[in-house]
Design a protein. Structure first.
Length: 649
């Protein structure tokens, strides 16, 4: 039985934006919502009214108001806010926003800030540079940049013009960058001279020419000095430094009115099964969904300081950026979260008085195993919400947060993805936090879990689906003119229903548990097991740093193989194997117990930091791991090759 770890007090409930939205909605509809469940059910049942009221509540600035909220309600093919025009960047740079807009912190002790007024001036200068380079509405601008001030400025300058922004982190390899950007044919390429990570400097200057030669039709390359600002030089006629690119004459930012579904961002799938898919997201859907999630579900308000540990190659960077639309201050960090010590990010949280702190489940697990107890060492009195995503958050991590980080905090595990640039399930400031559970389904997202018979179930496991359309669905994939690749990706399993590829369950009280990716489901003896169910148990064992589980075909069945990374001073003894199996057997079930447990030095991860279960599964079955360029550490694959233990009973 899961326990309640935290409940909001009456004052917090009364003060949150979701309560204000409920009152606003009641005044518009004449309805009464006594709890979140009633509001959610109505928002799903009457999505048209919900999204219309949301635009009023957040004062969306339409240049041309919509003639209809929803037409052709189908998936794919729904048309939201027909004929409406607006601009995403205009909402992030509203003139009423005052004070500090962005704080940048780097692992080399760098700190710099921009006020909203300074941000507007910087965006105007960058926009003038883009115009001089010939960038117009619909053109693509691609960037390989650290998570720094200039990246946010350039994104806003691009999207204000109606051009399309697409970014990768500089820890991506050259071929990974080319695989992504060459599909979208950017007019302008923006790249850093290097970056810092874990106390080391990584140079990008020699890679710039390689990327340029691998891309077609680049009109201009802009180099943003980050590691060697005094000495960075360029020799290519079509390459200039950022300071020379900016036009610092007095300009006003121009906001191009664009259609609701005009392309805003291009994000990328992991690319582990082929060339990454280019997922196109629009101005209107992204803006509305992010305002809903940040403003209502996360309770971000003007004056909040919002941090998320991310690179600009992950959708959480785009999500974080949208907090500017609420008048909040962004806190950006570039570098290793554990350099020079395990509590670096909480040092920043204390110093910058962060109110919303976002990170990954993996970080929380690693922080716990480091022995860190910020509740004893840091003043986190300003911190009101902690967000976790990237993988399911284990019960033990929930308990660690309340025991050793802060006991009066809303811990919101969230889950969605690049595909929708947002969340299907996430937090709620008026609901309690239950150990091991995500608090709720997102407003107006008709999320269900479907069993193998295709029926929605509560309290048992199934495929996560969304049964009705929503504004932040992708516009489509780039270079997919008939939509066939888009259709196949999300609607081939259940026609007319979005199938997200996650495996989980809806609890009787409305919470959600994610058990892992559907394509990584284990099936021993015909019983479906999510890998996260095993990881939750293995993470309890202090000697285990990380693990990866796959299903191996064996004697007309499937057996579970578990690979573990151990602490430096540990080796995989029979006693430790017995301990791992015992913990899994007692806390999960005998069916979850691996047939074999093997030690490895490393585990392959995608460029977005997710463990690459399918790549390991392929190697175990004697197949080639496809598209190694999609991995951040392809050398880790060697840990799984030619392991004789895999072919023994």
């Amino acid at each position: 039985m899961s326990s309640i770890l935290w409940s909001p007090d009456i004052q917090r409930i009364q003060d949150c934006s979701l309560s204000a939205f409920i009152a606003f909605t009641e005044s518009r509809t004449g309805l009464c919502f006594s709890d979140y469940s009633m509001l959610y059910q109505w928002s799903v049942r009457d999505r048209v009214t919900f999204w219309q009221i949301l635009t009023e509540f957040f004062n969306i600035q339409f240049h041309h108001r919509p003639s209809a909220i929803l037409e052709q309600d189908a998936m794919p093919g729904a048309k939201w806010f027909s004929d409406a025009t607006l601009n995403y960047a205009e909402h992030l740079l509203r003139p009423q926003h005052k004070g500090t807009a962005i704080i940048f912190r780097g692992e080399k002790s760098q700190r710099s800030t921009l006020s909203f007024a300074e941000l507007v001036k910087q965006v105007a200068a960058a926009q003038a540079g883009l115009l001089s380079a010939g960038v117009v509405k619909g053109d693509r601008v691609s960037a390989i940049l650290p998570n720094c001030l200039e990246t946010m400025v350039l994104m806003l300058a691009t999207t204000a013009l109606g051009a399309v922004w697409s970014s990768c982190s500089p820890d991506f390899g050259v071929q990974s960058v080319i695989d992504r950007f060459n599909q979208i044919k950017p007019k302008v390429l923006i790249v850093t001279d290097g970056y810092f990570y874990n106390g080391k400097m990584f140079d990008w200057t020699e890679k710039i020419a390689k990327v340029q030669s691998g891309l077609d039709n680049i009109a201009l390359t802009v180099v943003v000095p980050f590691t060697n600002q005094d000495n960075t030089t360029v020799t290519n006629a079509k390459t200039i430094l950022y300071e020379d690119f900016l036009d610092l004459e007095q300009h006003a930012v121009f906001f191009e009115p664009v259609a609701f579904n005009h392309p805003l961002f291009i994000l990328y799938s992991s690319g582990t099964t082929g060339v990454p898919k280019c997922i196109v997201h629009g101005h209107g859907g992204t803006l509305l969904q992010h305002l809903k999630e940040l403003g209502l579900h996360t309770d971000v308000k003007t004056g909040d300081r919002v941090f998320f540990f991310t690179t600009c190659g992950w959708m959480m960077w785009n999500w974080l950026a949208s907090a500017l639309a609420l008048g909040a201050t962004l806190v950006l960090y570039e570098g290793s979260p554990f350099y020079p010590k395990s509590t670096t990010l909480f040092d920043i949280a204390e110093q910058e008085q962060i109110t919303v702190f976002g990170t990954s489940a993996k970080y929380i697990t690693a922080l716990e195993k480091s022995g860190a107890k910020p509740i004893e060492t840091h003043d986190l009195s300003h911190l009101k919400t902690l967000l976790s995503t990237g993988s399911p958050l284990a019960d033990e991590s929930f308990n660690y947060v309340y025991k050793d980080i802060k006991n009066n905090i809303c811990l919101s595990s969230i889950s969605g993805g690049t595909d929708i640039i947002s969340c299907f399930v996430l937090g709620c400031p008026i609901l309690p936090v239950v150990s091991g559970q995500i608090q709720c389904r997102g407003l107006a997202m008709d999320v269900q879990f479907i069993n193998q018979a295709g029926q929605p179930v509560i309290g048992s496991k199934g495929e996560l689906v969304c049964q009705s359309s929503f504004p932040s669905m992708p516009i489509g994939f780039f270079n997919d003119p008939d939509g066939s690749r888009y259709q196949h990706a999300y609607f081939s399993q259940y026609p007319g229903i979005w199938c997200h590829g996650d495996y989980g369950e809806l609890t009787p009280d409305g919470g959600v548990i994610i058990h892992g990716r559907s394509d990584a489901i284990l099936n021993p003896g015909g019983v479906r097991i999510g890998t996260a169910e095993i990881y939750r148990q293995v993470e309890k064992i202090n000697d285990v740093v990380e693990s990866i589980a796959i299903g191996q075909t064996w004697e007309d069945d499937v057996r579970i193989i578990l690979f573990v990374i151990l602490r430096e001073d540990k080796s995989l003894s029979d006693a430790l194997i017995d301990q791992i199996k015992s913990v899994i057997r007692v806390n999960a079930s005998p069916r979850h117990v691996p047939e074999k447990i093997l030690q490895v030095e490393d585990i392959p991860r995608t460029l977005n930091g997710k463990i690459a279960e399918l790549a390991v599964k392929a190697l175990v079955h004697g197949l080639m791991a496809s598209n190694k360029e999609a991995l951040a550490n392809p050398e880790a694959l060697t840990c799984f090759c030619n392991r004789k233990e895999l072919y023994e009973p």
